[in-house]
Design a protein around this ligand. Structure first.
Ligand SMILES: Cc1ncc(COP(=O)(O)O)c(CNc2cc3ccccc3n(O)c2=O)c1O
Length: 425
């Protein structure tokens, strides 16, 4: 793969930070090294001494004095080594990426830690998308993605999708306006980036089938574009085996995958990962060096210590309990929807994630209904327009999250929504 053709001028201009190089050199050196180089503060001046994090299963995550000093200090921009290596091993076990065995220049699988997958997404788009570029994505989509992409001045091309995700034949029809042979010509307008949320899509709850992913990947090969696989709900799939990922079929090194611990360990700790070809991930790390420097060392160490104790088996066992919780929540929402909404709305049962995408019958646009009338009835959902490329366009959908409210609250909420819709009709 010729990765340089995908990079923006800004990304191409990034250079390693000399200070960060010194920090990482020092961290790799023996304790006998005396460094007068780094401008790091002396942790003996920090007021924090130690900490013990009590886990619900009775275990503890301990920050003794030495660990606390490390936790409170700067660390490497790609993530602390033990977390990076733990996650790389998990990716190998879950996805068996063909790129794991490749040489760096051929797109060897690399991984870095980001402050939530939101940081990863934002930096990936800023690395790849220049003003005027054609970017492929299936909308409605996560509003945080639109917030990251739209300011870049690109031309977002909406690829139609349904409850099984992006529709490959629709993508093929869109791409037919270009000649694949032109893809690598300088100044070519052939799209270089496709973004999708393959599992438990936000807001639609849609999950792509393996067959559709394979067809999309083949189109990516034919037109030589990269695939951004934004997959924070991968671990919230209600059925096993979990769907094969784009990363698992990436024989070319053209998939950039963002993962998140937000839906399974903690959203406030802000731990995400970008997994992709080394030439691209290394470029992202240069951006991290110049922006946040790194994700909080303390939170990385807290999570990393837990994962060391749990191991992969313990981690996956925890995921099973999280999936059971959300399955019960989903089922509660579906039964309440059947009870209160079946005459006034329609929906598909999500196979993953935490959202139900509900189309209100006879309502052209839900914006006013939700932002004004629903609040009077004391029920809040997200009007579907916010997930559209052009949010001002009418949208008959609402997004309902089944993550936080109890089944009883969900039932009452849908009862109120039902009254609201019937009054509006
Ligand atoms: C598809 C997709 N990709 C990336 C992210 C970012 O997750 P991160 O790993 O935590 O950075 C998300 C998070 N989605 C949401 C977050 C959120 C936060 C506060 C309040 C509301 C929120 N709502 O509604 C959301 O959908 C997502 O759905």
């Amino acid at each position: 793969m010729n990765y340089s053709r995908f990079l923006t001028a800004v990304s191409m201009a990034r250079r390693p930070s000399p200070i960060r190089i010194l920090t990482e050199l020092q961290q790799r050196s023996p304790p006998s090294l005396i460094s007068l180089a780094g401008g790091a503060p002396n942790p003996n001046t920090f007021p924090f001494h130690s900490a013990t994090i009590q886990m619900k299963n009775g275990e503890t995550v301990l920050f003794d004095e030495t660990m606390m000093k490390r936790a409170l200090q700067y660390s490497g921009s790609s993530g602390i080594p033990e977390l990076v290596s733990w996650m790389k091993l998990l990716q190998m076990r879950l996805h068996d990426p063909p790129t794991a065995a490749y040489s760096p220049e051929r797109g060897q699988m690399e991984l870095c830690v980001t402050t939530g997958s939101q940081e990863g997404l934002c930096k990936v788009f800023e690395m790849l998308v220049s003003p005027g570029d054609n970017v492929l994505l299936d909308a409605p989509t996560y509003s945080g993605t639109l917030a990251a992409v739209q300011p870049l001045g690109c031309n977002i091309i909406n690829v139609p999708s349904d409850q099984y995700g992006m529709i490959p034949d629709a993508l093929r029809d869109i791409l037919a306006r270009w000649d694949p042979a032109d893809a690598q010509k300088p100044g070519s307008s052939v799209p270089r980036v496709l973004y999708t949320i393959p599992n438990g899509g936000n807001p639609t709850g849609a999950s792509m089938t393996a067959e559709r992913k394979q067809k999309v990947y083949e189109l990516a090969q034919n037109y030589d574009f990269l695939i951004i696989e934004d997959d924070p709900y991968y671990f919230l799939q209600f059925q096993k085996p979990w769907a094969p990922t784009f990363l698992s079929m990436d024989v070319d090194g053209r998939v950039i995958r963002t993962d998140s611990f937000s839906k399974i360990l903690s959203s406030g700790l802000r731990i995400g990962f970008v997994t992709g070809p080394k030439p691209l991930v290394d470029r992202l790390v240069l951006h991290i060096q110049a922006s946040t420097m790194h994700t909080s060392t303390f939170t990385q160490l807290m999570v990393s210590q837990l994962l060391q104790v749990w191991g992969q088996e313990g981690f996956l066992k925890h995921i099973d309990s999280v999936v059971e919780f959300y399955r019960a929540q989903r089922d509660a929402m579906l039964s309440s929807a059947d009870k209160w909404l079946k005459d006034v709305a329609e929906w598909h049962a999500p196979a993953a994630g935490m959202f139900l995408w509900i189309k209100l019958k006879g309502i052209k646009d839900t914006q006013k209904l939700i932002m004004e009338k629903a609040l009077e009835k004391e029920v809040l959902l997200v009007p579907g327009g916010v997930f559209q490329i052009h949010s001002s366009e009418a949208c008959p959908y609402v997004r309902a999250a089944f993550s936080l409210s109890t089944p009883q609250q969900i039932d009452e909420a849908f009862k109120r929504l039902s009254t609201l819709i019937k009054e509006a009709l």
